[in-house]
Design a protein around this ligand. Structure first.
Ligand code: HEC
Length: 138
């Protein structure tokens, strides 16, 4: 094998390795997010719309209009807020929901650590039943 081919092979292996590493990293973030979600959110929010949930279930919450989960009795404040749950809005909500939207009936949570927010956001994104092309994968 020529030096050039050897170098090419090494580069290819390197790429495969880094692709695997980022997949492992993504999975680790989801797992960490799930653990944090269990501690911070799960007692009020089912991650699956088929399960009983005190607050609105958070499956497919990213990109959803606030206050739109069918048959859930939202506060007036949330129902009429016009918020869309982008990652940035969810960050602000986790950081200080009662400051972000006075009148919400969700008890105050104050998650200010961006890494913790990141993990929870990655987990919430993993609860999507929509493929990136918009088709339903559930
Ligand atoms: C003590 C119970 C409780 C905890 C803990 C809690 N929530 Fe909530 N959450 C609620 C309630 C109740 C509502 C409905 C608020 C309203 O109608 O004003 C809500 C609403 C929401 C909404 C709006 C959903 C929609 O359909 O518009 C999001 C997003 C949300 N919570 C995320 C979270 C996240 C993320 C956590 C954890 C970091 C969390 N909540 C922790 C009770 C809780």
């Amino acid at each position: 094998m020529s030096v050039r081919n050897l170098l090419l092979a090494a580069m290819t292996l390197g790429l495969v390795h880094s692709a695997q590493a980022s997949e492992v990293f993504e999975q680790a973030k989801i797992t960490a997010g799930e653990m944090l979600y269990r501690v911070e959110c799960r007692r009020c929010h089912a991650p699956d719309t088929n399960d009983p949930s005190y607050g609105p279930p958070l499956e497919n919450v990213i990109g959803r209009g606030a206050g739109t989960f069918p048959d859930y009795e939202y506060s007036e404040a949330l129902a009429s807020s016009g918020i869309v749950w982008t990652p940035a809005a969810l960050r602000a909500w986790m950081e200080d929901n009662t400051g972000f939207l006075p009148g919400t009936k969700m008890r105050h949570v104050g998650i200010t650590d961006r890494t913790v927010q990141d993990f929870i956001l990655t987990y919430l994104a993993s609860l999507s039943t929509q493929a990136s092309d918009g088709t339903n994968v559930d």
